[in-house]
Design a protein around this ligand. Sequence first.
Ligand code: SF4
Length: 355
Amino acid sequence: MTTTLPATAPPVTAPSAAQPTARSATALPTPHFVAPSELVRSGAPITPLAAADWDAAAADIAAIERLKRERDAVILAHNYMTEDIYHGVADITGDSLALAREAQTVSQSTIVLAGVHFMAETAKLLNPAKRVLIPDLRAGCSLASSITADDVRALRAANPGVPVVTYVNTSADVKAESDICCTSGNAVKVIESLGTDRVIMIPDQYLARNVAAQTGVEVIIWPGACEVHEQFTAAEVHQLRADNPGVAVLAHPECPPEVVAEADFAGSTAQMSDFVAGHRADRVALITECSMSANLAASHPEVEFIGMCRLCPHMKRITLAGIRRALETGTHEVTLDPAIAERARLAVERMLAVS
Ligand code: SF4
C-alpha cells in the first residue's frame, strides 16, 4: 500500500530534466540533457563494441592501466558505464550495492568512481581515509537532485516516528537525515527489517510503489523519478513482445509499475545480470539503461539482446578520456563535511548489515 504525501508535507516538485531541484552545498551543474528521441534503441539487436572502436580506445586504456599502477588507484564502474570502461579499464563492476560493498574492501589509496556523483560520495562515506575521484562533476542524477535534507526534515515533522528509508541514489546530506538506506535490490528486505507498519521511502516514487506491492508495510512516497526509467511505457513492452516472439522482458524497478507488471522479471541491475548468467532465456530485452545490455551482450554471446533502452545522460558524462584525466590530475576529489558523513555512513552501514 502506498500513501501520497500529506497536506502538511513541504511543497514538492516532480523532478525536471530542465530544472533540477536546488541542492545544498553539494549542488552540481545542470547536466546536458539529450532529447529522448535520440536516446532510444528499440527493437534493434545489441552488438558488442566493434574491433575498430577498441583500437580507437587502446591508447587511453594503456595509459589508464599505467596510471592505476603509478597512482595506486582502483576503478569501480557501474553497470551503466560504456563497454570501453566496463570491459576495458574497470577493476570492479556492479550495481550501487555491489560498488558500496566493494568500496570497503579495496586496498588502493585512490578510488576512481566511474559512475554518478552519489556513488562517489557513497564510496567516500565508506572509505573516509581514501582519496575518491569522480572524473566529471556534472555526472548527477535526477533522483538525487529531487530531494534535499530540508525536505527530509519536513517529511519527518509531518510523519512523527515513521522511519525514513532512503534509496542510495541521494546526496550524503539526504542520507544523513535518514534511518537507513536501500537499493533497488534490497528495498523490500530493508523495509521489513524495521518492524514498523509504515515507512517513508524516498525519493523514487516508482521504486516505492513497486516495493509497496511486495510488502504489507504502508509506504509513504516522495514524487522523485529516474528520468531514464520513467520514460518506458507498457505499450512499448507490448510492441516489443509482438515484434520479438519469445523474448524475456526484464525491467528495472525504477520503471513505472505498469511497465514492471508487463515484464517477466523485475530486479536491480545485479539481479538482471544473474538472470542472464543463469541462462534463463535465449533472448532478452532489458528495460533499463542501454549500456547494461551492451555490457552483458559482450559477456554472454550465447544470449540475444533486443534493444529496448534509454541512455542516461549523467552516466554518459563519464568517459575513458575523463578517467585518464582524473588519474593524471587528481580531479575531481570528493570531500564531505565530517559531521554529515558520519551520519550518512550510519544509514549506509545499517543497510549493509541487513543486506
Ligand atoms: S539512470 Fe536514472 S537513477 Fe541512474 S543515474 Fe541516471 S538518472 Fe539517476
